[in-house]
Design a protein around this ligand. Sequence first.
Ligand SMILES: Nc1ncnc2c1ncn2[C@@H]1O[C@H](COP(=O)(O)OP(=O)(O)O)[C@@H](O)[C@H]1O
Ligand SMILES: C=C(OP(=O)(O)O)C(=O)O
Length: 323
Amino acid sequence: MKKLKIYGTLGPACQKAEVLENMFRTGMSGVRLNLSHTTLSQSKEILGQVFQAAQRCKIQPEILIDMIGPEIRTGKRERALILEKGKSYFLSQLRFPDFVKPYCIPGQHVLVDDGKMEIEIQDNGQVQVLREGILESRKTVFFPGVQIDCPALTEQDVENLRVAKDYGVTGIMQPFVRGPRDLAHVKKVLDSFGLSLKVLAKIENQDGIDHLESLFPYCDEIVIARGDLGSSIGLCQLPRIQRRIEAACHKHHKPYMVVTEMLDSMQRQPTPTRAEVNDIYDAVIRGASSIMLTGESAKGKYPEEAMRYFCTIAQMALEDRKI
Ligand SMILES: Nc1ncnc2c1ncn2[C@@H]1O[C@H](COP(=O)(O)OP(=O)(O)O)[C@@H](O)[C@H]1O
Ligand SMILES: C=C(OP(=O)(O)O)C(=O)O
């Protein structure tokens, strides 16, 4: 049986070598750097700490970079914007990228930050808040029912790939894969830089689901990216779609990762919920090849404790999987 890989997302909460060392000691196999929030050259210090911590634990760490790709996000902001239910705000306050402006027509609903917030576009350059929340920097934006065309890789992505070798990157996560063409394009860019990195295809919308099996020859691993996937297909559909993707991967012997909100409550509390411990055990016993923490390790209050729970439960499920 193959070893389970366990990842943590890098961010301000875990950027100390001691914190990273504790995470490696409890069983973390590698890290993911989300390049929607930073660049490789801005992450030199944190990656240096990753290698230092891994070396102390005699681990060769996996370094995954998550590309910007066709993902749509709000702009950077120094201070969070509180969006109150029922209130109106200027669209410009939300800092959507310019290329989505033609789709901002009155009546259009938009999900923000993996659907935590929802707004409706109005006819006076304003939006009304349907589901309230706090809008921080660079959060995901999803227009239900609208096809927005974007390139597979942005210029920033290509620049990050150009220097990937210098930073010890071992794999790339391609967001919102819409079909084999996206992965063929990624492969072409990797080849042009002489990179032979592992390619992980993130399934985040209906296009990805519809083309799933045709992606298998073009990637090393499938990622069930439940954050954006939940917004795209509707949260109530998520469990059945997760299981369908898992079944297709098993049928074709394709490794897959399960990710997002696996220990979400541990961003704020030192212990997980019963549902979360079940989710981790279930994902591993059903055959995930890897699992990953996101906000819990990147910006949560308890990154080490979260990784400890994550690894302990995953290890237990892995032992039970042998039965
Ligand atoms: N490299 C980083 N620098 C600063 N903040 C980060 C970084 N990576 C992640 N974060 C923070 O942690 C949150 C959760 O991480 P992640 O799941 O990767 O992002 P998102 O949910 O935005 O896709 C991000 O929204 C962001 O607030
Ligand atoms: C991991 C995910 O991607 P991102 O953090 O880029 O939204 C997700 O959508 O589940």
